[in-house]
Design a binder for this molecule. Structure first.
Ligand code: TRP
Length: 334
């Protein structure tokens, strides 16, 4: 069976853009492939953070993903498999400084830090972020990585690193991972529909999947619909976004009937918003119930993920044994 690897940063909240853009797809992939999904806490150390918050957010993300229906045996915490960092080091020795300086996410994040403070501290960790990502993927010899546009460049780098390693160490050892492009709904910020929904834009911009019902309704109600950007008669991006959310929730009946109203010129935005909130809540409610169940059994759930991480770690350890052999490092016993 072909294998898939993907990762998500423990950002603290899971918003509907993350859900429709990634998690919903994982739920399908786990039925077809040998999947490993990783909460990448090492990666979160590349931007300023608080230690206690990182641990809390890591577990929060684990619980959210389980509540959405990710299978526990596919899910693990990156730092519970410390072999990722060992491979990161080895791969950094077959990555070039020049290619890393061309990574647009590094440039964006460094700019983001400098915007706040001109002399901001930019770590080598942030620079090497994509090499650690390559280690996440290559250590399991993953065949496929589901990617969005923003991660395409990093995946290309992973392929180059795999090939360079193979050339240097004389063996087709690593699999060059293929991108798995899946059409996923692109959800835009509800406060600024010119931009993709993202946590880093600020609280107004994203809808938390596990937020309070009242808050979700309020946020949808205040979503920007007409920005005055167009007088061409085209549907504005804010309105399109709400239709997209309804469609992504699978509420096609509501979607189609509102679309007919739109075509007839009789659509009321208040109706569109109400339908959007209803569709979202209908999708989310079962997740919420499951989250409550998981929270009632916290210790057990944590143990389960520690166990799944330990099982997944064995695969990573096997790779590292072979990599140490190939690269001339002092080999371990056993
Ligand atoms: N960089 C990815 C992101 O920001 C997260 C990630 C880390 C990842 N390791 C990965 C994604 C491995 C896919 C495969 O979204």
């Amino acid at each position: 069976m072909k294998s898939v690897l993907s990762g998500v940063q423990p950002t603290g909240d899971l918003h509907i853009g993350n859900y429709f853009g990634a998690v919903q797809n994982w739920l399908k992939l786990q039925e077809q492939y040998e999947c490993r999904f990783c909460v990448v806490d090492y990666h979160s150390m590349t931007m300023p953070y608080k230690p206690s918050q990182l641990r809390e957010n890591t577990w929060k993300m684990v619980f959210y993903l389980l509540a959405c229906g990710v299978k526990p045996e596919t899910l693990f915490i990156q730092s519970l498999v410390p072999e990722h960092t060992e491979l990161n080091w080895i791969l950094s020795c077959v990555s070039s400084y020049g290619e890393l300086t061309r990574m647009t996410q590094f440039k964006d994040k460094a700019d983001q830090l400098r915007e706040v403070d001109g002399d901001a501290f930019i770590s080598v960790g942030l620079f090497g972020y994509p090499v650690l990502q390559a280690a996440d993927i290559l250590i399991y010899h993953a065949d496929y990585v589901p990617v969005g546009k923003d991660q395409e460049q990093h995946l290309e780098l992973s392929r180059n690193i795999a090939q360079r390693f193979n050339n240097q160490f004389g063996k087709e050892y690593f699999v060059a991972p293929q991108p798995l492009f899946t059409e996923t709904p692109k959800i835009l910020s509800t406060a600024d529909p010119a931009r993709k929904m993202s946590k880093s834009l600020g609280e107004k911009h994203y809808i938390n999947l596990f937020g309070e019902e009242e808050r979700i309704r309020k946020q949808v109600k205040s979503a920007v619909t007409d920005t005055g950007e167009n007088n061409s008669g085209e549907m504005s991006s804010g309105v399109k976004n709400l239709f997209e959310i309804i469609r992504a929730c699978g509420a096609m009946e509501a979607h189609d009937s509102l679309m007919t109203d739109y075509t007839n010129g009789s659509l009321r935005y208040s109706d569109l918003k109400e339908a959007t909130a209803n569709a979202l809540l209908e999708l989310i409610n079962p997740f919420r119930l499951r989250l409550a169940e998981l929270n009632a059994d916290k210790r057990n759930v944590k143990e389960q993920i520690q166990d799944s991480s330990a099982v997944i770690r064995q695969r990573a350890q096997r790779t590292m044994k072979e990599v140490r052999e190939l690269t001339g490092l002092g080999s371990l016993r056993g």
